[in-house]
Design a protein around this ligand. Structure first.
Ligand SMILES: C[S@@+](CC[C@H](N)C(=O)[O-])C[C@H]1O[C@@H](n2cnc3c(N)ncnc32)[C@H](O)[C@@H]1O
Length: 210
């Protein structure tokens, strides 16, 4: 009898990141770059599931003090190499997000770019992020939507790992919605995300009194 586990497996990602080059490139996600003008230039930032670090490094380049968390030590070693090339500091933490606690009220920014957490874990991590943000703190998310199953530009093939806007918003019901979008976009992110895709994009702000 085989037993299915929702526990993430670092070996899968370590193997993927062991290829030469950067799977999703070294430039930040387009949605994060488009919202650069909203980002603070100081304070603490958390990049969950940051992989090879393209987005965490971009935040560090804005002046933020960034912690990148991922379960792949191979990915995070490449994130450190990218930070060093760009002349910025990055704190990397090898951890499963299931076990990763966030100090309440500590973050100016949190990002989840293509984190694709399973539905049993996602609300817990999002709750920790909502509590971890300072008043006025920003959360930026991009992930593939279930409609991505009709496209071949990348992403998980399991609907449980795909994100709808309304599901994510339910995890941040006490925060202010700045942008909440679902739709088709052209992706050019390394060889990992290439071609037309269908994504969920969010910018959420913790209310000043939350
Ligand atoms: C599609 S990649 C995205 C990487 C990066 N955010 C980017 O956009 O370039 C998904 C990442 O999530 C990480 N991940 C998946 N489940 C995780 C978990 N439970 N805890 C920590 N990291 C996880 C994987 O190791 C992988 O690096």
């Amino acid at each position: 009898m085989s037993v299915q586990s929702n526990k993430a497996r670092p070996s899968v990602w370590n193997e993927k990141y062991s290829q030469p080059g950067y799977v999703y490139g070294t430039e930040p996600c387009q949605w994060l770059r488009m919202n650069q003008h909203r980002l603070p230039t100081e304070g603490r930032a958390l990049a969950i599931a940051d992989g090879e670090g393209r987005n965490g490094v971009f935040l560090a380049q804005q002046g933020l003090q960034v912690t990148s968390v991922d379960l792949s030590e191979v990915g995070l070693a490449k994130a450190q190499a990218l930070a060093s090339t760009r002349g910025v500091q990055l704190q990397t933490v090898i951890a499963d997000l299931r076990d990763y606690e966030i100090a309440p009220g500590s973050l100016a920014v949190a990002i989840a770019i293509y984190a694709h957490l399973p539905s049993d874990l996602r609300p817990l991590v999002h709750r920790r992020i909502a509590e971890g943000l300072k008043p006025g703190g920003l959360f930026v998310l991009e992930a593939f939507h279930p409609n991505q199953l009709k496209y071949t530009s990348g992403g998980p093939r399991s609907v449980d790992l795909l994100y709808r806007v309304d599901e994510v918003l339910a995890d941040f019901s006490d925060c202010h919605i700045v942008e909440a979008l679902e739709g088709q976009t052209a992706l050019t992110e390394g060889h990992g995300h290439l071609g037309l895709g269908y994504v969920t994009r969010l910018i959420i702000q913790k209310g000043a009194l939350a």
